[in-house]
Design a protein around this ligand. Structure first.
Ligand SMILES: [Zn+2]
Length: 109
């Protein structure tokens, strides 16, 4: 008889996988990521953010156009992608501070 704890954990993992493709980042994102992953692995891609080469094995994110989120700009170094997110969060926090509201609970990404 299987341990109920194990099967519960497995079910949670399956649900999380479903959520990833149903909200926001859909299959198109995943398909594109796979295509780009092949190119990055072959060392054929430069960062859409800083223009420097992305070495195979480097963590990277599929970047969006800053003004149009439906447009993919291509792979970016993860630190470049996260750097802009942090930038935006800092700006938002500064505005929130000026407005006198608490932004501590908002996620930066
Ligand atoms: Zn970069």
């Amino acid at each position: 008889m299987p341990s109920p704890q194990v099967s519960r954990r497995k079910r949670a993992r399956d649900q999380r996988r479903i959520n990833t493709s149903t909200r926001g980042y859909g299959t198109e994102h995943q398909r594109l990521r796979k295509v780009w992953a092949g190119k990055v692995e072959h060392g054929e891609v430069s960062c859409a953010r800083c223009g420097k080469w992305i070495a195979p094995g480097t963590p990277w994110d599929l970047g969006h156009n800053d003004t149009d989120r439906s447009v993919y700009t291509g792979p970016e170094h993860r630190k470049c992608n996260r750097a802009t997110s942090a930038h935006k969060a800092a700006r938002k926090k500064r505005q929130a501070h000026q407005a006198g509201t608490e932004a501590r609970h908002s996620r930066s990404w």
